[in-house]
Design a protein around this ligand. Structure first.
Ligand code: SAH
Length: 228
């Protein structure tokens, strides 16, 4: 009996953990490094976050696949490569403060929290925001601040931010977000019409001026609008 209890509570969890560690390492190698992402902080973070704990239980077998996964309420957790690419482009380095718009599953926020202590994330769908906040706490990302609101207006009380990552496709770059970007800061945002191909854009603030660069075509869920 004691042997059985030992196997059940100690050996089995270790074996399943190993399975996910391998899936994570393979994800980073074949989906992310092989496509050119080089930032060591990003690669380490992507190897560390338990993505399978952040997707719905019904989709756990797809957690490390090379595509987005539904998370309910018509939303998706982004493809791992896109999360890595956006984090690399935002140039996240220890000591920085970052804002994410579109908490969703909490995955992007967890990736940021592996690198930096100050992570702010806003979700417009209450159920997703509260579920992500719970899961992030359980996984040990206790410092991540989650707010339920329309991210269009950013998070004024905690601005300015070194980096802003927007994970829903907006038809234009929200001016409040540009305002809340630090001098020298970077924003990465998909811009374009809902349900069409959008452009992933890198926005930089230099000497008060805004410089934008198109990175690649992407397909994100639409940026919703709510009350201020
Ligand atoms: N970053 C998420 C991806 C979520 S998909 C992850 O890692 O899982 C995009 C999310 O943006 C959805 O959850 C959607 O509800 C949210 N969203 C859309 N418009 C928003 C807005 N105006 N403010 C905040 N969140 C928004």
């Amino acid at each position: 009996m004691i042997k059985l209890i030992f196997i059940f509570f100690f050996i089995l969890p270790l074996l399943t953990q190993d399975k996910y560690t391998k899936l994570r390492n393979d994800m980073v190698k074949f989906q992310i490094e092989d496509r050119g992402v080089k930032d060591k902080y990003v690669l380490d973070a992507m190897r560390a976050v338990f993505r399978h704990e952040l997707v719905p239980a019904s989709h756990i077998s797809q957690a490390y696949n090379d595509h987005p996964v539904p998370i309910g309420y018509g939303q998706t957790i982004s493809q791992p490569y896109i999360v890595a690419l956006m984090t690399e482009l935002a140039d996240i380095k220890p000591g920085m403060k970052a804002l994410e718009i579109g908490t969703g599953s909490g995955y992007q926020a967890a990736v940021l929290a592996e690198i930096i202590d100050s992570v702010y994330t806003i979700e417009i769908i209450k159920e997703l925001g509260t579920s992500a906040a719970d899961k992030l706490k359980k996984l040990g990302y206790k410092k991540v601040q989650v707010k339920i609101a329309d991210g269009y207006y950013g998070w004024k009380e905690s601005a300015p931010f070194d980096a802003i990552i927007v994970t829903a496709a907006a038809e234009h770059i929200p001016p409040p977000l540009i305002e809340q970007l630090k001098e020298g800061g970077k924003m990465i945002i998909p811009v374009g019409h809902p349900f069409q191909v959008q452009n992933l854009m890198l926005v930089e603030k230099k000497e008060g001026k805004i410089k934008t660069k198109n990175i690649l075509p992407v397909r994100f869920v639409p940026f919703k609008r709510g009350k201020e």
